[in-house]
Design a protein around this ligand. Structure first.
Ligand SMILES: [Zn+2]
Length: 289
């Protein structure tokens, strides 16, 4: 694909600052609109719509969300339903998975989100090359429907936390190259857990961002949609999320690396304490600037 085609498509997703957002609505309020106003008040100005269990916003409501987002200057991302397997063998299951991703993407697009992340698939014991092929094919179908509907939201497959899940970093960089408008949602904690403790030093964090730049171009560093949290893990990867301070996640050095690369976009803090860790990172980032 040609470079300028890619650049043009990504034009509205290149940011000049890095923001820290909550995974869903902050704990003190209820409702998406109230959530947007609250993150704005907290000085965070970013939030992830959590459609992980279902798409909880109607088309009508999405328009109100979009207007509020614009008024409050909140940068929005979305997390698609967990219940997706783009490598499902049975056709009805595969079609249902595509449909879930499409529905979530179209509503999130109407809300004004710039990126939607999702856990793409399970290997189901199949050869990794075959799974890559299946997931690529399914995502081409999804992308076509989004394009046909004029949706500009970016599909951002997430680096997954378990070794049974499709979505190691190299796989996602490779699949992103097959599309005009795709880049991985880097979940630093998932990478760390999947690797049973790797990807957690300054050198490794540098490498993550170098690989992104090399694979998808400099502008991808200005369009981050990433996740971080404290995490418990074992040989098979992720066990559960925990607060950053209770974990071995080396977030201080990660912040140094963000600064070094002068990244922009959104970091969603997926810890169990919702806004607490988001505010922690936002403050640390501001101090170091
Ligand atoms: Zn996720």
């Amino acid at each position: 694909m040609d470079f300028w085609g890619r650049f043009r498509k990504r034009g509205n997703m290149i940011f000049t600052d890095l923001r820290f957002g909550t995974p869903g609505i902050p704990s003190r309020v209820q409702g998406t609109i109230e959530g947007l106003i609250e993150v704005s008040k907290l000085g965070l100005k970013a939030m992830e719509l959590e459609f992980v269990h279902n798409v909880s916003i109607t088309e009508e409501k999405a328009k109100v969300v979009s207007a509020t987002r614009e008024k409050e200057d909140v940068r929005l991302t979305c997390h698609a339903p967990y219940y997706i397997n783009l490598n499902a063998v049975e056709k009805p299951k595969l079609e249902a998975s595509k449909k879930r991703l499409i529905n979530a993407s179209l509503i999130a697009d109407l809300c004004g989100a710039f990126s939607i992340t999702f856990h793409p698939a399970f290997y189901l014991g199949m050869q990794k090359e075959k799974v890559f092929e299946n997931v690529t094919k399914a995502l081409k179908d999804v992308q076509k429907i989004l394009d046909d509907n004029g949706a500009t939201i970016r599909l951002s497959p997430e680096t997954t936390g378990k070794t049974s899940q499709f979505g190691d970093y190299e796989e996602l960089l490779k699949i992103s190259k097959e599309f005009e408008n795709m880049q991985p949602c880097i979940d630093y904690s998932h990478m760390h857990a999947r690797n049973n403790g790797g990807w957690n030093t300054k050198e490794e964090f540098l490498k993550i961002h170098e690989m992104l730049e090399k694979s998808l171009g400099k502008q991808s560093l200005k369009s981050l949609h990433c996740h971080i949290s404290g995490i418990e893990y074992g040989e098979k990867g992720e066990k559960k999320h925990q607060p950053l301070k209770e974990s071995d996640m080396n977030y201080q050095e990660l912040i140094d690396v963000w600064k070094e690369f002068n990244v922009a976009g959104v970091i969603i803090t997926e810890s169990s304490n919702i806004e607490e860790d988001t505010i922690l990172l936002n403050n640390l980032w501001r101090k170091k600037r």
